[in-house]
Design a protein around this ligand. Sequence first.
Ligand SMILES: [Cu+2]
Length: 268
Amino acid sequence: MSRRVVQTVAVTAAAVASTTLAGCDTAKWSRGAMPVPITTGGHITLALWQGTWVAALIVGVLVWGLIIWAVIRFRRKQGDGLPKQTRYNIQIELFYTIAPTIMIAVLFGFTVKDQTELTRQTGAATNHVTVVGYQWEWTFNYTDKNTYDVGSTAQRPTLWLPVNQRVAFTLESPDVIHSFWVPDFLFHMDVVPGRKNIFEVTPDTIGDYKGRCAELCGAQHSRMLFNVKVVSQKDYDAHIAALRAAGQTGTASTGRYHLNTDTAEVEK
Ligand SMILES: [Cu+2]
């Protein structure tokens, strides 16, 4: 390869890299475009994501290096004859079968370990929320507080959670499969009719966040949005008291909705 070609490639690569990286949030790059986790479990997911990328990059650099080395080292110098052909090389075939199998096994092992931790039920939750996802809204039943909140077409529902308190979610659906997703949790779980899906989280950062349905559940799927507020225990208690004062006591449970696409509302 001539020196001029090498220089052109290097300059182009540097220009592309600098324009791509300029203006990008470097912290976001280090998270692999993931949001900042707001739960203790979210940090586990983020570490798995970052570790997988690092492992993939190491393998990628090795493979790209070997490809470039082979292209340069074995480039055709003269004549049209084929170079020496290699086939049925048992060592190489064993290597490229066993090496990827080991890589996948390692990734699988870490994934199973983290998934087990993320879906572990400690039984130590101080708050219990039964989430009902239905076409096309969300209801949040604060079951141990005997109160609930429900969304309407006019107003998105807001899920309130006290900071640093373990919360146990039970997910229910009276119609089709939805998926309860708070992107900043770095976690989502399907909401399946006839099943009670359960998971726990501990939110550790006060703030306002967004939630959505992550399963294409029908024509108005895009309408299934909700807000999440992680607040101090004092603010949480005040909000629960306000819901009760507004007459929202008891449970707005599965199967008690008018499943009308335009006027989904709770029947009390
Ligand atoms: Cu949905």
